[in-house]
Ligand binder design. Structure first.
Ligand SMILES: [Zn+2]
Length: 69
């Protein structure tokens, strides 16, 4: 269900953040930044970002529950 969530991947060369969807990240181990630097997807960074997504989904669900009452 998180496949459409976008995770920002930071370029180690220029610092530009490129957003990639979770579905894309699952199928790719690296991408090329606009500056030409090839970035390998860092699993720990990816997991950290995924936790942020999980947290925001939890908050969203809580907000929905409040709204439903
Ligand atoms: Zn770059």
């Amino acid at each position: 269900m998180f496949d459409k969530a976008e995770i920002p991947i930071e370029c180690s060369n220029c610092g530009r953040k490129t957003k990639k969807t979770v579905a894309w990240l699952k199928n790719n181990k690296a991408f090329t930044c606009g500056c030409g630097t090839r970035i390998s997807i860092n699993a720990s960074q990816f997991n950290r970002e995924m936790k942020k997504v999980d947290k925001s989904v939890d908050e969203f669900k809580r907000a929905l529950k409040r709204f439903g009452k």
